[in-house]
Every structure is written in structure tokens, then in C-alpha cells.
Design a protein around this ligand. Structure first.
Ligand code: ATP
Ligand code: MG
Length: 417
């Protein structure tokens, strides 16, 4: 039997990179005051349909949707933002503490064509600031994002920002872009011909080259911003400039979800090929109302962990190794070794040992594979004197020490190597 297409196992050797990325995320987000909020895997389908938008790819063709046993339509979460907003409103967090800063790390599900950097179960690191309308929130979130990615020593990253305006600026823009696109209608793909009527902004997000070619000279929403949206965008850019955070304005970047307003952004990696977006995000001031709540201005991002892990520098070693290997010779020594291993573990030392009573040579080979800096050799002769041989694997120096000394020595010296 094999696993399902687009669903991956993450094995030891690879998983250490994931642990590193996740713990760095928790550390950096903690410095900015973000708290973890864990959301469920399943939500009512309607929640995503209403927030992400019926005419988007995610809702239109990518969701894992199925009827529950009692007929309710449920969906495996394709993203985290909507659920975090739902939880924030459902638990009255907006009343208790209007400014909420939350993060979440976990798998998402989208029925897409599996390829490099694109899976059906993939993972996101998600952060959201809820309840703040001011451009400071946009800037702070972007600074946190780039500090986190920069701290992982990722190279060739580009932060692209845009403003998508709000419903007030989009009305007049919609007419202009529709006029423009209708004149090119026959040259657009079938999806875009439909998008042009239902949600013309979506055409910018089409991955087909024919459609992108038709967009040359198309009006962009950035040129239609109302005074408030324009001020907001200028302020965000001003704050980023003050902090010397590099970015590029990309007026043709729209996002694949309907709920975005004003600031939208992506982090694109030069080294990723076709699936080059490591992170996407933006402001979504209308989302809370869309799902039946009060007005809650908010902004967030989602990082794709698979793509992030692919970008980690190869030179760095993410693996950890045991502190000590116990090589025991003979039955009595094995018994002692087994007890000593538990004592060492109780003292916080990572111990490996041989289970099979193999020869010293074979046990030393095993210690080599584990790359432990220390080996404790328990032989019958030494045990008679309550002593053991401690071998430094780097220098190959060996010395005899009292058994009760072993813990102390290994504990302090393994911390030094
Ligand atoms: P793309 O344009 O690559 O389809 P998207 O706009 O659908 O991305 P978002 O919904 O904004 O992506 O999700 C944020 C991030 O999650 C993306 O930038 C990407 O890194 C990652 N991501 C999205 N879909 C997948 C997937 N199917 N497999 C792996 N990572 C994904
Ligand atoms: Mg997508």
C-alpha cells in the first residue's frame, strides 16, 4: 500500500528542518507578542465559501468538501485566516482584547495538481493581527515576516507589495478593467472569460501565459485608490522606508482570495522556479462582516512551509546527534549499561546503546554512525573495579573513570562539544 498522491511523509533527516523553522517562528513571533491559536481541521463549507469567495480557484475547484454523516457539508481547511477570524469572534476575543495577535502552524488541504512545491496536503505558518486599522500593523507584520525569513538565512527573497483598495475604490475600477478585458475577451482562457464577468481582478492571478499577455497596458487598481486608501498605502511604504526594509511595489499583484482589501503582499523567491511564492498575505478589513461579525480590521500572512524548507541553505546542519553511546561487553556489562543509560537520560543526556550484545568492533561502528562525541565502554575487567572506559571519539583518547564519575563527565563534556 502507498500513501495518497499529493500527501507527503516527512521523515527523520528532513523533519529536523521543519522543527528548526517552526521553533524559529515561535521564537520570533513571540518577540512581537503573537500568541498561538489552534484551529480545527474541519469547518462548515459555508464559512470558506463566504469568506474566500465563490469565484476563486480555492472555493471553485480546490476544496476537500464532503457531507458529514448527518448531511452537513464540511470542508478540510484550505487556509487558516478564516478559521482564526471565526474563532476570534466566536469566543468574544474582540470584546475581551480588541487587538489580537495570533499565529498558527499546521497542514492545509487543497485539491491541486501535485508538482514540485505544490501538494494536496501542505503546511502553512500563519500570523494575523486582528482589530488594528492603522498602517503600523501592516508595517509591523511585514517587518516580523522578513525578520523571520531573514533569520533563516534565506537568500534571493523579494517582498512585493500592492494596494487593492476597498469596495469604494473598486467600483469605478471594476468598470474600467471590465471594459478593457471585454475588448480582449476571445483571447482569454475560458476561466478568465468567466472571471471577467464575475470577478475581473482574478484575471491578474491567472497562471496562463496567453492571459498574462493580454494584460499588457491593463488599468491597475493602484491608480484608482480613494484618498483614504492612498494615504494608508503611502504610510505603510513610509514606515517600511524608515525601517529600511526593502520592498518593490507590484501594481499587478492581486491575491487568490476575495477577502483582501488595501495592502496585499507576496514574498517571492528567485530560486524556486514556477512555484515561487513563499508567502502571501494582506489586509482583510471586510472579512469579519462577511462571516456575520462586526467590522474588524485585520491583516495577516501565510508562509508555505514546504517551499520555505526547500530554500534553507544546504551548508547548515539541522541534525542533532546523541551525546554518548554505551558499548557493553558481556551480559553483566549489558545489565549495568542498560541501567546507566536510564540514569544518564534522567540527567538530561541523550544516550544510545546496542540492544544485541554485538562485538566491541561492531558497537564502535554503530557509535560512529550515531556520530556521538563520547563512548562509554563497559568491560568485565573494568566493571570489577566499578570503573568504565571513556573514549573521546574526536581525539580517540581513552581513560578509565569511576562509574559514578561517568554521568558527571559526560554531562559537562558533552555540553562543551
Ligand atoms: P499559488 O499562487 O502558488 O497557488 P496561492 O496564492 O494559492 O499560491 P496562498 O493561498 O496565498 O497561496 O497561500 C500562501 C502560501 O502557501 C503560498 O505562497 C505557498 O507558499 C503556499 N501554498 C499554497 N498552496 C500550496 C500548495 N498546494 N502546496 C504547497 N504550498 C502551497
Ligand atoms: Mg493556489
Amino acid at each position: 500500500m502507498k500513501g495518497i498522491r499529493g500527501f507527503k511523509d516527512i521523515l527523520p533527516g528532513e523533519v529536523e528542518k521543519w522543527q528548526y523553522v517552526e521553533s524559529e517562528g515561535r521564537r520570533v513571533f513571540g518577540l512581537f507578542g503573537f500568541l498561538e491559536l489552534r484551529i480545527p481541521l474541519l469547518e462548515k463549507t459555508e464559512l470558506f465559501a463566504r469568506s474566500i469567495g465563490e469565484s476563486t480557484d480555492i472555493v471553485g475547484k480546490e476544496m476537500y468538501t464532503f457531507p458529514d454523516r448527518d448531511g452537513d457539508s464540511l470542508t478540510l481547511r484550505p487556509e487558516a485566516t478564516t478559521s482564526i477570524m471565526r474563532a476570534y469572534l466566536e469566543h468574544g476575543l474582540d470584546v475581551k482584547e480588541p487587538v489580537g495577535k495570533y499565529y498558527f502552524i499546521g497542514p492545509m488541504f487543497r485539491y491541486e495538481r501535485p508538482q514540485k512545491g505544490r501538494y494536496r496536503q501542505f503546511h502553512q505558518i500563519d500570523a494575523e493581527i486582528l482589530g488594528v486599522q492603522e498602517p503600523q500593523a501592516d508595517a509591523e507584520l511585514l517587518v516580523m515576516l522578513m525578520r523571520f525569513l531573514g533569520g533563516l538565512a534565506l537568500q534571493n527573497l523579494n517582498l512585493q507589495i500592492n494596494s487593492l483598495g476597498d469596495p469604494a475604490c473598486r467600483g469605478p475600477y471594476r468598470e474600467e478593467i471590465q471594459k478593457f478585458l471585454r475588448s480582449k475577451s476571445e483571447k482569454l482562457c475560458e476561466d478568465c472569460q468567466r472571471r471577467l464577468e464575475t470577478n475581473p481582478l482574478r484575471v491578474f492571478d491567472c497562471k496562463k501565459e496567453e492571459c498574462q499577455a493580454q494584460l499588457a497596458g491593463a488599468p491597475v487598481v493602484l491608480d484608482f485608490l480613494c484618498p483614504d486608501c492612498r494615504r494608508h498605502f503611502e504610510r505603510v511604504k513610509g514606515l517600511l522606508d524608515e525601517l529600511r526594509l526593502p520592498y518593490a511595489v507590484n501594481p499587478r499583484m492581486v491575491r487568490g482570495l476575495d477577502y483582501y482589501t488595501r495592502t496585499a503582499f507576496e514574498v517571492v523567491a528567485g530560486d524556486l522556479g514556477a512555484q515561487n511564492a513563499v508567502c502571501g498575505g494582506g489586509r482583510y478589513d471586510g472579512l469579519a462582516e462577511e462571516i456575520g461579525g462586526p467590522s474588524v480590521p485585520a491583516i495577516g500572512f501565510a508562509i508555505g512551509v514546504e517551499r520555505l524548507v526547500m530554500l534553507l541553505p544546504e551548508e547548515k546542519n539541522y541534525l542533532r546527534y546523541p551525546d554518548v553511546f554505551i558499548a557493553a561487553l558481556g551480559e553483566e556489562a549489558q545489565r549495568k549499561g542498560f541501567a546507566l543509560a536510564q540514569e544518564l537520560r534522567d540527567a538530561g543526556v541523550w544516550v544510545e546503546l546496542d540492544y544485541e550484545g554485538k562485538s566491541l568492533k561492531s558497537q564502535m561502528r554503530k557509535a560512529g554512525r550515531f556520530k556521538t562525541p563520547w563512548v562509554v565502554i563497559l568491560g568485565e575487567e573494568e566493571l570489577k573495579k566499578d570503573r568504565a572506559v571513556l573514549r573521546n571519539m574526536a581525539t580517540k583518547a581513552q581513560e578509565e573513570v569511576a562509574l559514578e564519575e561517568v554521568i558527571k563527565r559526560v554531562k559537562t563534556e558533552s555540553r562543551e562539544t
